[in-house]
Design a protein around this ligand. Sequence first.
Ligand SMILES: Cc1cc2nc3c(=O)[nH]c(=O)nc-3n(C[C@H](O)[C@H](O)[C@H](O)COP(=O)(O)OP(=O)(O)OC[C@H]3O[C@@H](n4cnc5c(N)ncnc54)[C@H](O)[C@@H]3O)c2cc1C
Length: 295
Amino acid sequence: MGSNVSQLDSNRDRRHSAWVTYPATVTRMVQECADVFTYDLHFDDPVTAEQFDFQPGQFNMLYVPGIGESAISIAGWAKDGQGLRHTIRSVGNVTDAIARGGVGMSLGIRGPFGSHWPIEHLTQAKSPLDVVVVAGGIGLAPLRSLIEFMIEHRSQIGNVDLLLGARSPQDFLYREDWDRWTEHGIRIALTVDRADRSWQGHLGVITLLLEQMTIPDPAHTLLMTCGPEVMMRYVGGVGAEKQIALEDIWLTLERNMNCAIGLCGHCQLGPEFICKDGPVLRYGRVRQWLRVQDL
Ligand SMILES: Cc1cc2nc3c(=O)[nH]c(=O)nc-3n(C[C@H](O)[C@H](O)[C@H](O)COP(=O)(O)OP(=O)(O)OC[C@H]3O[C@@H](n4cnc5c(N)ncnc54)[C@H](O)[C@@H]3O)c2cc1C
């Protein structure tokens, strides 16, 4: 009885604090490609800044006063390590307002929410696991904090392969991070849908890169992916064909969100609420729903 009551209280506290929006200011803005920007945000309150923490793969709700709120993945810590980094494609009301506001803009942060990439599997494995990360376009944003985590724990992790796909050579994200990532032994392979004269690299969909890859030890490999849903469906399928266990294939999903804590039902996919059961989920858990069009 006692433990049930305290469980109830902690849920209530969580839901209460989940509604609190913390004021923050945009301190840096970098254009990644035509309609995508990376922002560093700093909390206005030093105590919030000190206490805020997140796990790779979680997301925040960013609030623009008078306009609305959007779910945005946490791409990592800001350049100075104090604030947060978010990468945002301008597609509508909230995201356009943030792009227009730029450096100096005030906005609200509610979060962090949702599940995270299986980082415990990486650090608690008996022997180092290999990791294949497959990112399509802005799908690299929720994977960036995972990559930074793997760099921090590099000695505990085996081979890391990062397969990146973009519409064109101009659309890749985080070029400023690539040299640092490769210095830590992360192998990066690139492909584009449409090449220009300068492009000497691979042309075609990202699943081809994965198909061509040799996975030396699939029983000790984790595959993590983010991108358009159709891409993730194929990536999951190719991973399974390469003998990676379904439970070792992970993806992150997007749905329209309002509350972010499993109350409003906007983000429901089959039996899952993407905001609280996800956004990071095992491919095997959701693959049947991904086959249903417009679900
Ligand atoms: C868990 C989670 C994490 C996310 N992480 C990121 C992230 O890191 N970076 C990021 O840029 N976005 C991310 N998104 C998507 C983001 O939430 C939406 O793009 C955003 O809410 C759009 O809000 P808006 O007010 O700007 O657009 P609205 O005014 O609501 O929409 C304008 C138009 O854009 C369309 N639209 C909405 N969302 C998208 C989309 N994702 N792609 C293309 N068109 C869309 C709408 O259908 C509508 O036609 C994430 C979503 C979820 C659920």
